[in-house]
Design a protein around this ligand. Structure first.
Ligand SMILES: C[S@@+](CC[C@H](N)C(=O)[O-])C[C@H]1O[C@@H](n2cnc3c(N)ncnc32)[C@H](O)[C@@H]1O
Length: 218
């Protein structure tokens, strides 16, 4: 165990610990996300609340990479919290800066808990009804201090159009699975954010036709 790094190759970790939940995309997108957050977050100690943490793999990687950050993961069910905790206990060196996960439904603001310096959300807006994005923005606005950041990672449309054929096919698949799901138009998210006191930065382009949308609490 001492020589084994659970985050180095998550697929190998899952082979060793088959009870773990694993999202392969997190191993591909974690480094570019961490690099973007490193530019955005304060270099002094700060707290990040993550909504829709999924497996929790982002939480641990970001805490490892961004050493000034205390990361609060969250999910919507007790099974989801347990899955994050399974990864967390494998990384005792990070347990002090990755807090035990808490239950938060983005669609039901205000969320309990203290203010955060930033709120990070990956891959939620298109895999949930629009009401979750509305709730997410309202909830974030109430948990951020002035100057705090809401960072949304994922695929988004621009000017009502898909940004590439991969995203168009992804959207069709999502809508087949659930008619309320689907890629959101960035302008609609920007408008919702502005109406809740969150001012958009220019979007950051990310690999695989994703974006990091950043909103600042005014
Ligand atoms: C595609 S996964 C993304 C997980 C993780 N952020 C990632 O990028 O690997 C979508 C996640 O959103 C969560 N989710 C769905 N509806 C939600 C809601 N209303 N509030 C918070 N989380 C939600 C699901 O439980 C799931 O873990």
């Amino acid at each position: 165990m001492t020589d084994f790094d659970p985050l180095q190759d998550p697929a190998a970790t899952v082979a060793r610990y088959p009870h773990l939940r694993h999202a392969p995309a997190t191993a591909r997108n974690r480094a570019p996300i961490a690099a973007a957050l490193a530019e955005l977050l304060s270099a002094t100690p700060c707290t990040v609340l993550e909504i829709a943490s999924g497996t929790g793999e982002h939480a641990l990687w970001m805490a490892r990479t961004l050493k000034q950050v205390t990361w609060q993961p969250s999910e919507t069910t007790s099974e989801g919290l347990a899955a994050i905790e399974d990864w967390r206990v494998l990384c005792p060196d990070l347990a002090g800066r990755v807090r035990p996960p808490v239950m938060i439904d983005a669609a039901c603001p205000p969320w309990p808990g203290p203010a955060a310096d930033a709120i990070f959300v990956a891959n939620l807006t298109h895999i949930s009804p629009w009401s979750a994005t509305e709730g997410l923005i309202q909830g974030a606005a109430s948990r951020l201090e002035p100057g705090g950041l809401l960072c949304l990672y994922g695929p988004f449309n621009e000017g009502g159009a898909f940004t590439g054929p991969g995203n168009a096919a992804f959207d069709a698949d999502l809508r087949r699975r659930n008619p309320e799901w689907g890629l959101r138009d960035r302008a609609a998210v920007d408008a919702m954010a502005r109406s809740n006191g969150l001012e958009p930065d220019p979007p950051r382009m990310m690999p695989a036709d994703n974006r990091l949308l950043v909103y600042r609490r005014v």
